[in-house]
Each structure stands twice: as C-alpha cells, then as structure tokens.
Design a protein around this ligand. Sequence first.
Ligand code: SAM
Length: 240
Amino acid sequence: MAELWQQTLNWQPDPKQSQQFEQLYQRILAGNQQFNLTRITNPVEFWEKHLWDSLKGIAPQFNLQDSPLQVIDIGTGAGFPGVPVAIVHPAWKVTLLDSTRKKMAFVQTLVTDLGIENASTLSDRAEQVGKHSQYRATFDLALIRAVAAAPVCAEYALPLLKPGGLAILYRGQWLESEAEALQPVMAQLGGEVEAIEAFSTPISQSVRHCLYLRKIAPSPQQFPRPIGMPVHNPLASNPQ
Ligand code: SAM
C-alpha cells in the first residue's frame, strides 16, 4: 500500500509503523471473536475503512507532527481513529475515550502489546469527562468518528478543547441543510465551522466528509449537559 499512501496522503509509514499496522489488524481480528469490534475483517477493507480513513481526517495536521499535541479520541471503540493516529504521530499524546469498559480493557492491552507509548485509555462518558477539571479545556485536537449526530459530537468535543483547539468530526454523508443547522449550535458552544472537506475513499470510492470545528471562545459551563441529554435533546437553533 506504500504507493497508495504516497498518492493519497503524500506520506508513507516507516517499517516500524507498517509492522504496528499489521499487528493492529491481527489483534482486531482476534479481538473480534470475543468483543464483536468491527464488521470489517477483509485486509483491504481494513486498510481503507480503518487505517486510511483514520489518517485522512488528520492529514491537514501532518505539519504539526513534531508538536506535543494533546489529542482525545471520543468514542474510540476498538481504537479508531485514535490508535492509527498515535502510531503515526509519536510526539502527540492520545487519550482514547469510550464508555464501554470491556472495549477499553481490550484497547489498553492492544496499545501496551504494540508498544504504543503515547496513547492511554479512559473508560467514561464524554459528558462526564467534559465536566472534569483534569480534562476540560485541555486538548488541542478532539477526534470523533461514528459516535452520534453532529450537534451531539460538537457538544461532547468543544468543552474538552483549549481555546484555539480543533474538533474533527468524521462523517459519511453530509448535507448542506445539516451544515446550516450546525452553525447556531457552534455559536452556543464557543466554536465555529472552519471547514468541511468532502472526499471519496481510494479503493471503494465511498463518500466521506470531515468537519473541522474551531473553538474560538470558552464553552459555557452548562455544556456538556448531563449524561444522555445531548443525544435525547440535541442542541438546536434555540439556545437552551
Ligand atoms: N470511533 C470508532 C470507529 O469509528 O470505529 C467506534 C464507533 S462506535 C459506532 C461508537 C462508540 O462510541 C461506541 O464504542 C460507544 O461505546 C461510544 N460512545 C457513544 N456515546 C458515548 C459517550 N457519550 N461517551 C463515550 N463513548 C461513547
């Protein structure tokens, strides 16, 4: 896949990173039997939908690879996009957050066994973590893929960012009407939509979008709201 990495991301993994990607694939296959982690088990599909997709979202940040960024992956599941991101950016410190304790125990063992020293796991709800002084407003980058609707993801991510920090929402389809609905929500959370990138994946040509949300002001203390409320009553145009 070296050529495809080069053509699409203008980057190639070094031998250690290639080996870690292979080990990651083998561990996910093995873990799948116990934890039902992903429906993607074919090696090419794994490369495209898990490895490539995870890294494509942060490609605009590749120039920050030597900066000691604090990164959180919210709802990481089996470790995506956070684990490939930690492999590729050893200078970044990546917190892998998920509310499912069993998945986090699996990911912690995986990270340790693959020798990924710059990633740690946290088993908790995003709504709780966003209230905690140890984590609130401490991250440069928040990644969130396939977790919830965009206003919910924004409510989880923005309070965790430092002022000036960036949330990256990994999406499949994305409509102009969704973008319009998100604008007022961002204003409530102290953020703005900086960019929306549309692209297709290099092998199956699947549609993808990445939303880049910049934090421009502190998020009001009431956000994130209590557990479950962001999902059951998503922020909308009318301030709550
Ligand atoms: N991000 C991974 C990926 O793209 O492969 C996993 C996506 S999976 C569909 C969604 C994950 O988000 C689940 O593992 C779930 O436990 C987690 N999740 C959902 N709501 C959450 C919350 N409020 N706090 C923490 N984790 C949450």
